[in-house]
Design a binder for this molecule. Structure first.
Ligand SMILES: *Cc1c(COP(=O)(O)O)cnc(C)c1O
Length: 438
């Protein structure tokens, strides 16, 4: 397969862009090789600059749930463009999207739009601290909540579960109020709560998606909700990835809990930069201009982004693809299991709704540690064979595969055929190199 133009652009990009990317995962470091440069996308497919066509299961890490360039969304964006790009004043589009979002989240009375998931989460943390007059937060090892200083601890990389910065440039002072617990382990939450009365909030991904897909047990999530409530600790549910992904609303509702503050992003912009945080009136009234917690943004609520988000959500609501997503995801997961067995490859497939993750391990994956037992060398081989077979997967073992409404029956056949070939490639690799411990 030809990747000549991608390679050329990559080398060119290195001169004035760090690693030739604007977000690290795009550099393909964890799968090796040089990254694809994309020219265009339409429906379920994405095309690189060499003219290769791929079934897209990355979907920009979630936002393109309707596939690329959905007719209705594109029409709304074009219409909005004609009125101007940004005004520094409120528009009707913001009210429309705010209503649609609040209506979909029981307990969310008000919402504030920002420009990314990172910004949504860092604002939600500030809000929790402002509202409770407490300082500490608990996060879970392996959960990612964007790149704000206080949250770059045990954020889905190979860090120890201590309050140590997960990035250079983050002072220890910035993370000293961040406590780490283990996903699916309520004792690890209780021990922090029992030793501090300065905890403002616990933040969690309701279905973890940034250590690969990991589902909380019912006991764990319900206990977490109860314990936080009992101790006047706010529960921040980071739905940046999961919001509108499994139902028209949040994953936490599906899990039978209610958030105090919800963070959103990805899908709600339909491919444009939109993040949001929302809560009941009493909490949101802490935010300026009603309250004393400051948070602002020149381009927040941008009219083009609002039009894209509104149209995406409206279309999603009408299509209601969630049942169909479950059926397709189940089918893919089952197929992965069957073919892994056929080729004698150890595989654990986690999936929830339209998010799927095969891990190259024999272990059950329930937290960051077990997720990390996956053999990433195998993922590398799997990934590149899938590329050769015309399927674009995330260039990292620990990112989910996403489904879109644009995927056709024919696409699924292509996907299955590719999976068969890629798992075969993995099995052949097993015989040629020493198997690693799992
Ligand atoms: C992607 C993501 C973020 C960060 O959002 P950005 O728009 O990349 O800043 C935060 N939390 C979760 C759960 C995410 O998946």
């Amino acid at each position: 397969m030809r990747l000549k133009k991608s390679k050329k652009l990559y080398n060119k990009g290195l001169k004035h862009m760090v690693g030739a990317v604007n977000s690290p995962v795009r550099a393909f470091q964890s799968v090796g090789g040089s990254p694809l440069f994309i020219k265009k996308a339409k429906g379920s497919h994405i095309y690189d600059v060499d003219g290769n066509k791929y079934l897209d299961l990355v979907l920009s890490y979630g936002p393109m749930i309707l596939g690329h360039r959905h007719k209705k969304v594109e029409r709304s964006i074009k219409k909005a463009l004609k009125n101007g790009y940004t005004f520094g004043a409120s528009t009707q589009g913001e009210i429309k999207l705010a209503k649609l979002v609040c209506d979909a989240f029981p307990g969310m009375d008000k919402v504030r739009f920002v420009n990314s998931g990172t910004e949504a989460v860092l604002s939600a943390i500030r809000l929790a601290r402002a509202y409770t007059n407490k300082n500490k937060i608990i996060k879970f090892s392996g959960c990612y909540h964007g790149h704000a200083d206080a949250l770059l601890v045990a954020a889905g990389s190979g860090l120890a579960t201590m309050s140590l910065p997960g990035s250079k440039g983050v002072p220890e002072d910035a993370v000293k109020n961040t406590l780490i617990s283990e996903f699916n382990n309520i004792e690890s939450v209780l021990s922090h709560i029992n030793s501090s009365n300065d905890i403002a909030a616990v933040i969690i991904e309701p279905i973890a998606g940034n250590m690969g897909v990991v589902q909380p047990s019912e006991d764990f999530i319900k206990a977490l909700r109860q314990i936080t409530k009992d101790h006047d600790i706010l529960l921040i549910v980071d739905e940046v990835m999961t919001g509108f992904r499994f139902q028209f609303g949040g994953a936490h509702e599906l899990l039978g809990i209610q958030a105090d503050i919800t963070c959103l992003g990805k899908v709600i912009g339909g491919g444009f930069p939109v993040g949001a945080y929302g809560a009941r009136n009493e909490i949101m009234e802490t935010v300026a201009p009603l309250g004393a917690m400051y948070q602002a943004g020149t381009l927040s609520g941008n009219p083009i982004a609002m039009a894209s988000g509104y149209s995406t959500l409206k279309t999603l609501k009408k299509l209601n693809p969630y049942k169909a997503f479950n059926i397709v995801a189940n089918d893919i997961a089952e197929y992965l299991n069957v073919i892994a067995k056929k080729h004698n490859v150890a595989l654990t497939v986690n999936h929830y709704g339209s998010m799927i993750n095969p891990f190259f391990t024999t272990k059950k994956v329930v937290d960051f540690k077990t997720a990390q037992s996956s053999d990433t060398e195998k993922y590398k081989v799997f990934f590149w064979e899938m590329i050769r077979q015309g399927v674009f997967l995330p260039p990292s073992q620990f990112e989910a595969w996403f489904l879109s409404t644009a995927i056709t029956t024919k696409d699924l056949e292509v996907l299955k055929n590719a999976i068969d070939k890629a798992l075969k490639a993995v099995s052949q690799m097993e015989t040629s190199s020493a198997p690693s411990a799992s």
